[in-house]
Design a protein around this ligand. Structure first.
Ligand SMILES: [Zn+2]
Length: 382
């Protein structure tokens, strides 16, 4: 499945959808032939294709054609050597045919024929989802902590990535890109201070499952975990009036309906990107047990860090009217590590989105977070 060293990755050129009677044909043009593995996922209904590394840069998501059956597309790197394309399908479907056409001019075309079927026959086709379990998921490339280490390890977790774009704002601005940019700038600033060891859960546009993000922090012996996100609300009528950063911490029960909504969305990203649901459900139980074992000390320290953060952010960028909320965020279930999730602002607010893209705003946000980190470690030691 690995591309030969030195050879450029296969490029995805176009995706087209056509309907003939009850059959929907999806045609994917590639710069040359490539091997794909397919599987289907339930609720929401999805068709998932895994490839060796694919360059998707020629595809523009919003320009791709939708049909009565094919509702949306997500694509991106899944790991170092694999890429994933996820098709959101409106209703239960059957994959009638999947084949590659003879390449012309060195190109290759993949045809996928789908037809709507009953839920029962969708489930009977049983293309197994086990495939994802063998996928090599990206871990950290940073070194693990050792006993000798005295600098505290801070894990920065830019949300989403790869086939999971997160929220999107006007003009194709994606949450995954914005938070990666801020995350990398924060890493550089913290490293430059010489006080901390910094580990990123991702430092490029790649998919990292939520539990893997938690595992990275555990392996690194993190003293602080900071997940970076940007929010978006669906109601157009409210979009321009709601702005500002919010700090989320872990709680079993959500502080309010809004926190519940944000946690539900952030917790669903693994499923939406095609991780098998059964595996997640099992992990949920384990996570539930871990939650009960959450150390009291961790809860107290998280509360302190949260207060430094709110004060510091308030001095430099806009914060939401209720800047602290809590809910059962999967990525914050870390018994040993004080952890927060920062929604930096609202991408659904045109003014705020514009501001968030400026290097001025990004510098301010990074300065605010790093000064909160400094205050925290000055009071809590390492
Ligand atoms: Zn997010």
């Amino acid at each position: 499945m690995q591309t030969a060293i030195g050879s450029a990755p296969v490029r995805a050129l176009t995706i087209d959808v056509s309907e003939r009677k009850h059959i929907t044909r999806i045609s994917i043009d590639m710069s040359r032939s490539v091997q794909a593995s397919l599987f289907t996922l339930d609720r929401p209904f999805r068709l998932v294709l895994d490839f060796p590394t694919i360059d998707f840069s020629a595809l523009e998501r919003r320009n791709l054609r939708r049909s009565s059956l094919v509702q949306d597309y997500r694509f991106g790197p899944l790991s170092k050597n694999m890429s994933r394309l996820v098709l959101d399908i409106k209703e239960p479907f059957k994959l009638i045919d999947a084949r590659a056409e003879n390449p012309t001019h060195g190109r290759a075309r993949l045809h996928l024929d789908l037809a709507p079927v009953s839920l029962a026959s969708f489930r009977r086709q049983g293309v197994p989802p086990q495939l994802t379990q063998s996928v090599e998921l990206r871990g950290t490339t940073e070194s693990r902590s050792t006993k000798k280490q005295i600098k505290p390890v801070i894990v920065i977790d830019p949300g989403h990535g790869g086939p999971d774009p997160g929220a999107s704002g006007y003009g194709r601005i994606l949450e995954k890109r914005l938070v990666l940019k801020v995350g990398l700038a924060l890493r550089d600033k913290l490293r430059a201070s010489g006080r901390y060891q910094v580990v990123m859960t991702r430092d490029k546009d790649v998919f990292v499952p939520l539990d893997e993000r938690v595992a990275i922090a555990e392996r690194a012996g993190a003293k602080l975990f900071i997940s970076l996100h940007a929010d978006s609300i669906a109601q157009q009528s409210l979009a321009s009036s709601i702005s500002g950063a919010t700090i989320y911490t872990l709680s079993k029960r959500a502080s309010d309906a809004k926190a519940q909504r944000v946690a539900d969305e952030e917790n669903a990203v693994d499923q939406l990107s095609g991780l098998p649901i059964a595996e997640n459900a099992e992990r949920d139980q384990i996570a539930g047990i871990l939650f009960d074992l959450m150390q009291r000390e961790t809860v107290v320290k998280t509360g302190h860090f949260k207060r430094y953060l709110i004060d510091s952010l308030r001095r430099r960028i806009t914060v939401a009217r209720s800047p602290h909320r809590s809910a059962a965020f999967r990525v914050l279930r870390q018994p040993q590590t004080p952890s927060v999730l920062i929604e930096l602002g609202y991408m659904s607010n045109p003014k705020e989105l514009k501001r968030m893209q400026t290097s001025d705003w990004q510098r301010s946000a990074v300065a605010a977070i790093s000064s909160a980190i400094q205050s925290y470690f000055e009071t809590h030691g390492n």
